[in-house]
Design a protein around this ligand. Structure first.
Ligand code: SF4
Ligand code: SF4
Length: 184
């Protein structure tokens, strides 16, 4: 009798398991044939922080204030300001060690000009850690370019007529400022 019960119980379990398997045959598949098939990223996906080009000026919007470097909990951002011929501070170099980045988005959040954005780039495999230190050109390349008319937040567009190559009015100027210290 016990043996008969066990057989029936086993058969019921088997039927339930097969039922689950068969039900998945008719559901929409969630696996992708990556990399041939690409995932659709959500609008607020946080990939590599990047420096998109502003089509209006043909350059990025970074003013080398170093706010992103200061707020970064991982200390993976290095901003190197330089002084242009007009004696205004501008961005000289920018590096980001993506191997240490935790994609928290704080750097993009604090950026006063909206220069730094969280891109959709998620393919980060490299042969060595050295290759994971992304320079200015690579960050511009990842960032692509802003929409021709950026969706209007004041921080993304800056003040009307503002020279984005110049530091903000309340920021220290020249290499003796905070950004200059950061670069040293
Ligand atoms: S996303 Fe976070 S960890 Fe990565 S660079 Fe920005 S502030 Fe640093
Ligand atoms: S916070 Fe923005 S403007 Fe300032 S250095 Fe970083 S990217 Fe450039």
């Amino acid at each position: 009798m016990n043996a008969a019960r066990r057989i029936v119980s086993g058969a019921v379990s088997l039927a339930k398991g097969l039922g689950v398997t068969i039900s998945y045959l008719f559901r929409k598949k969630v696996t992708l044939m990556y990399p041939e098939e690409r995932p659709v990223l959500t609008e607020r996906f946080r990939g590599v922080p990047a420096l998109p080009i502003d089509p209006a000026t043909g350059r990025d919007r970074c003013i080398a204030c170093s706010a992103c470097a200061r707020v970064c909990p991982q200390r993976v951002i290095t901003v190197t300001p330089e002084v242009g011929e007009d004696r205004k501070r501008r961005l000289g170099d920018f590096t980001l060690d993506v191997a240490g980045c935790i994609f928290c988005g704080l750097c993009a959040e604090v950026c006063p000009t909206g220069a730094l954005t969280m891109s959709g780039e998620f393919e980060l495999a490299h042969g060595s850690r050295v290759d994971m230190v992304l320079g200015l050109e690579k960050l511009r390349e990842i960032g692509g370019q802003f929409p021709v008319e950026p969706p209007g937040s004041e921080s993304a567009e800056g003040e009307a007529g503002q020279d984005l190559a110049a530091p903000p009015a309340d920021a220290p100027s020249g290499e003796s400022g905070a950004a200059g210290k950061e670069a040293q």
